[in-house]
Design a protein around this ligand. Structure first.
Ligand SMILES: [Zn+2]
Length: 364
């Protein structure tokens, strides 16, 4: 996460209820020999899970597979779920092979019921009523309220979560997808854990992360990840600019810490969400950034505007304006280094009306 989530971030009550129901079901399945309604809570949530055919069938499938696997596996699964409800602790010491003891059919059935709870059961009217009437769009609206997290993706700071439309009631506004920090395929027991689901921009969630494992690189090496509620990357980032005399100076994102654990988490954040390549892609032409963001009248105006843009943004701006963190970082770097060669180039280009490549051949 570029920015940690705010302490008053609301958890989605529907997920809390479904997560509790799943745990209750697994606990009561340990000693049960037949699948029946006694495996569900006597609350409206238990009743709704029982009454909804597809949800009930998926619960029945996992019950059947666990029954075949035997009592010890049932007990192991219940304990694995019960003992890993604290996600902050899990991020601190991840158990990367949490469900390795489960036979494949059990594992598959667990994924199916978990995914179904997340994709379908969460939208059942009796469940939403039991949660006080707030559906996922209501939760999303509360999550992105400017007084809480705002509408900019906390993971990257580059994109809005979802566009606001004027004149559209809150319940009909578009919403962002929720990212499973611990992906459903690898960690199905957290599919409806209220701390595991975070609204994220579509680039972070759909283009970059997909089903990547936060705690294991695809090359097999173990890694750690920022816990989104109390850890963030923003204080460990530098923007550097190399070869300011070149036609296209190279803008890079670097880490300003030597702490191995923080570096590990920064590496995970970067690999999972492709942070550096996205920033360096956005910043691929300094000349165009100056033109688009500053549109200077002359070199004095350019210098004074760089200094303006280098000022720290306030927290509210960071919560509502795409890229504001990153552009401020870039201009702060420009404000600190000797940009004389760049200004000379800018003046040359401006006066001659030629492209930047000419300057290196014919410096004035
Ligand atoms: Zn994002």
């Amino acid at each position: 996460m570029l920015f940690r989530l705010e302490p008053n971030t609301p958890r989605f009550e529907v997920f809390r209820l479904l997560n509790t129901e799943l745990l209750y079901f697994l606990e009561h399945s340990v000693t049960a020999n037949t699948f029946n309604q006694a495996l569900f809570t006597s609350s409206p949530v238990g009743q709704a899970c029982w009454d909804n055919t597809k949800t009930r069938e998926n619960f029945e499938s996992i019950f059947r597979e666990l029954h075949v696997a035997g009592h010890i596996k049932k007990q192991q699964l219940f304990e694995a779920v019960r003992d890993h409800q604290d996600l902050q602790a899990f991020f601190h010491t991840p158990n990367r092979d949490l469900l390795g003891f489960l036979p494949q059919p059990c594992s598959d059935a667990l994924k199916t019921i978990s995914t179904h709870l997340y994709c379908a059961t969460k939208d059942l009217i009796p469940i939403i009523t039991a949660a006080g009437g707030a559906n996922i769009t209501a939760h999303f609206n509360a999550f992105r309220d400017q007084a809480i997290n705002g509408n900019i993706c906390k993971t990257c700071g580059m994109k809005e979560l979802a566009a606001f439309r004027a004149g559209v009631p809150g319940g009909d506004q578009w919403r962002a997808d929720y990212d499973h920090q611990l992906c459903k395929s690898k960690y199905p027991i957290f599919a409806v854990h209220p701390d595991n689901l975070i609204p994220m921009c579509d680039v972070c969630n759909q283009d970059a992360k997909k089903a990547k494992d936060l705690f294991k690189h695809k090359n097999g090496t173990n890694r750690l990840a920022f816990y989104p509620y109390n850890e963030e990357a923003k204080n460990f980032i530098d923007i550097t600019i190399d070869n300011l005399r070149d036609p296209e100076p190279k803008i890079k994102v670097e880490w300003n810490t030597h702490d191995p654990v923080t570096l590990d988490k920064l590496g995970t954040w970067d690999e999972v969400y492709e942070i550096r390549s996205r920033v360096e892609g956005q910043f691929r032409s300094l000349e165009q950034i100056i033109e688009d963001e500053i549109h200077p009248r002359d070199s004095a105006h350019l210098v004074s505007r760089i200094s303006d843009e280098a000022r720290l943004k306030n927290a509210d701006t960071l919560k509502r304006k795409e890229w504001s963190f990153w552009y401020q970082k870039l201009f702060a770097t420009l404000n600190q280094i000797d940009i004389e060669p760049f200004i000379a180039k800018w003046e040359f280009i401006h006066e001659q009306g030629v492209d930047g490549g000419e300057f290196i051949l014919n410096p004035t």
